[in-house]
Design a binder for this molecule. Structure first.
Ligand code: SF4
Length: 608
């Protein structure tokens, strides 16, 4: 992928300066964001710490009489310990991201920022489904993902509150969410209340800056050109219950304190891509649970003293420097870790012990003497521990037998840990395949995104195309361009339904209007107006998006400058069907959202 990005290094440094720009006037920018979100009808809440954040969310739940909550993946909500708090208040909480759903069933903390269930294999997942859900799908990633999707679908409808994170917040009040499975869209749109929990550092100056961040984040996180879905929220959504209540919770929880540290504040530029975890030899050997904190890896080391409970992990680093080279925000992580080490008593102590051990191990006769001495005293120390005198002495077992056991478990864990590049990237179309050109102008990557793009001239051709793959009724967005197709579709023997007052059609084929197509990323942009059409595109097996031919070959930057109709609260970019690689990093269809995406560049003039 990076071979297509010759300016990658320049982009990393540009991203860093944009984050710097947003955080230099941090308080003023937060006030601008708050004003803008309030202006479009959202409520903004401020939480000093995790306990205040939990209390505020519970207060919102009480105000709206919430009993069931659906959640999309959010490390910020992990950070504040939200799920246990909601559960102990009597609320039912369902994680809807496949990986988070699996670790919720298992009762484990996430094992990775972007791949929470990477420590479990397909048999573990099948066993969890059988034990907790009473279903026994085949132990295959695709079947397990589909089974989870079927289990979760009614939970969206039953929930009164959807909780999400936020990936970026532009100062004009546009909130940006990225995802691959389609569950975030349903979490954000289906219940009558949405709460978005955002760390204070997620600011970016302008929506236009997304062009850069949307290239850097997915490429670094999962090796994708763009995530399957990107949502830009800038208004209140509506549903059968009326207009949705929206709350943006701004979380400090130690971030302002980190921002006051001139030598460490660069850690606030983090995009949470997880690349510094994937490349870290300590993470590869020990996994996330070694760190005992929500944020593992190199960035976790730098955040640990600031994000409660304060911790000192400065020793969990080999200073190999790989994290600093791979970070898409050009954060000099190895340098920041060295600064932490300078102030770390634990690191000095460990370094002293390691130096002494190294000295001993270089002299076998002293080592053997030391081991004998230790073995003789360990029994006595064990006895002291039993009386509460010592914490946890080493067991008096042979070093060699302990090492053999640890080696076996390390090998098993390493086999499950992604190395430099996630395997999800390797399962997609290879970067060696030269992208075909559309009109000789720009690369056409619809096929790379596993969707298709067709050029059709008029209504009969479009109707025939839709009919060819339809099963059951065809649902049309209530737009004159599309409803004009109804007679032609009926003439082909199809039942046609229009999403004018049907809020939740479970449909096979759905036809909606796109505002632009972006061949360079294989994306199509939808800006359905508030109302049933806003729900339609994300509940289908087969999604047909009709784009006016004049807007079918926009660049990423041009498409970002489109705002859609003024009444469209949520703009969504679709790049291929939904997908997940949460089980053993095998790429399969996502549990929610369209399984097939067909983009039509439509030459016909709009109806009068
Ligand atoms: S520090 Fe950099 S590499 Fe690590 S998660 Fe954050 S953005 Fe990604």
């Amino acid at each position: 992928l990076l071979r297509d990005y010759p300016d990658w290094e320049a982009w990393r440094h540009r991203a860093r300066s944009l984050k710097e720009e947003a955080l230099d006037a941090w308080e003023g920018n937060l006030t601008r964001l708050e004003r803008a979100v309030t202006a479009w009808g959202g409520h903004v809440l401020h939480a000093r710490d995790a306990s205040q954040a939990r209390a505020l969310i519970l207060e919102v739940a009480r105000r709206h009489r919430v009993s069931a909550v659906v959640k999309s993946k959010s490390m910020t909500t992990e950070e504040i310990g939200l799920n246990p708090a909601l559960a102990s208040a009597g609320l039912t909480v369902t994680e809807t991201d496949l990986g988070e759903f699996i670790v919720q069933l298992a009762g484990h903390p996430p094992a990775h920022i972007t791949a929470p269930a990477m420590h479990l294999n397909r048999r573990d997942v099948a066993q969890l489904f059988s034990q907790h859900l009473g279903i026994s799908p085949p132990a295959e990633p695709a079947a397990l993902s589909a089974a989870a999707g079927r289990y979760l679908a009614p939970r969206f409808e039953a929930a009164q509150m959807g909780i999400t994170g936020v990936n970026f917040a532009a100062l004009d009040g546009t909130l940006v969410f990225v995802e691959n499975e389609g569950n975030l869209r349903r979490t954000a749109c289906t219940p009558p209340v949405q709460v978005a929990v955002m760390g204070l550092e997620k600011l970016i100056p302008r929506v236009a800056d997304l062009e850069l961040f949307l290239r850097l984040l997915p490429a670094s996180a999962t090796g994708q050109r763009l995530t399957a879905l990107v949502h830009l929220l800038k208004g209140l959504k509506s549903g059968p219950w009326g207009r949705q209540a929206f709350y943006l919770l701004l979380l400090d929880n130690g971030r302002r304190q980190l921002g006051r540290e001139p030598e460490l504040r660069e850690a606030l530029f983090c995009l949470r891509c997880g690349a510094c975890l994937n490349i870290c030899p300590v993470f590869q050997a020990g996994g996330a649970h070694l760190y005992g904190r929500v944020y593992p890896g190199a960035v976790g080391l730098v955040l640990a003293p600031f994000l409660p409970p304060p911790g000192d992990l400065a020793d969990l680093c080999t200073q190999c420097g790989a994290c600093g080279e791979i970070c898409p925000a050009a954060i000099p992580l190895p340098r920041l870790i060295l600064r932490l080490r300078a102030a770390s008593r634990r690191f000095r102590l460990l370094r002293g012990l390691a130096g002494a051990a190294g000295h001993l191990l270089c002299q076998p006769h002293r080592y053997r003497w030391g081991e004998r001495l230790w073995r003789q005293t360990a029994g006595r120390l064990w006895g002291m521990r039993a009386r509460g005198v010592l914490g946890s002495p080493l067991a008096p077992a042979s070093y060699h037998s302990l090492a053999a056991t640890q080696d076996a478990s390390t090998r098993e864990r390493s086999a499950r840990t992604p190395r430099l590049l996630p395997r999800a990237m390797a399962t997609g179309p290879g970067p060696t395949e030269p992208p075909p050109k559309a009109d000789g102008l720009a690369p056409n990557r619809f096929a790379e995104a596993q969707s298709s793009c067709h050029h059709l001239a008029d209504a009969p051709a479009l109707a025939a195309f839709i009919a060819a793959g339809a099963q059951g009724p065809v649902w049309l967005e209530a737009h004159p361009w599309l409803t004009a197709l109804a007679p032609a579709l009926e003439g082909l023997g199809l039942e046609v339904k229009v999403a004018d007052h049907h809020w939740a059609p479970e449909a096979h084929t759905v036809v909606s209007l796109g505002v632009a197509a972006v061949p360079e990323t294989g994306s199509v942009v939808l800006a359905p107006p508030a109302g049933p059409a806003g729900w339609l595109p994300f509940r289908a097996c087969r999604q047909v998006v009709v784009v006016p031919a004049g807007r079918a070959a926009l660049t990423l930057g041009q498409a970002l400058s489109l705002t859609g109709p003024p009444e469209a609260p949520l703009i969504t970019w679709l790049t291929g069907p939904t997908r997940t690689a949460d089980i053993e990093k095998v790429l399969v269809l996502g549990a929610q959202g369209p399984a097939a995406l067909e983009v039509v560049c439509y030459e016909a003039d709009p109806p009068a």
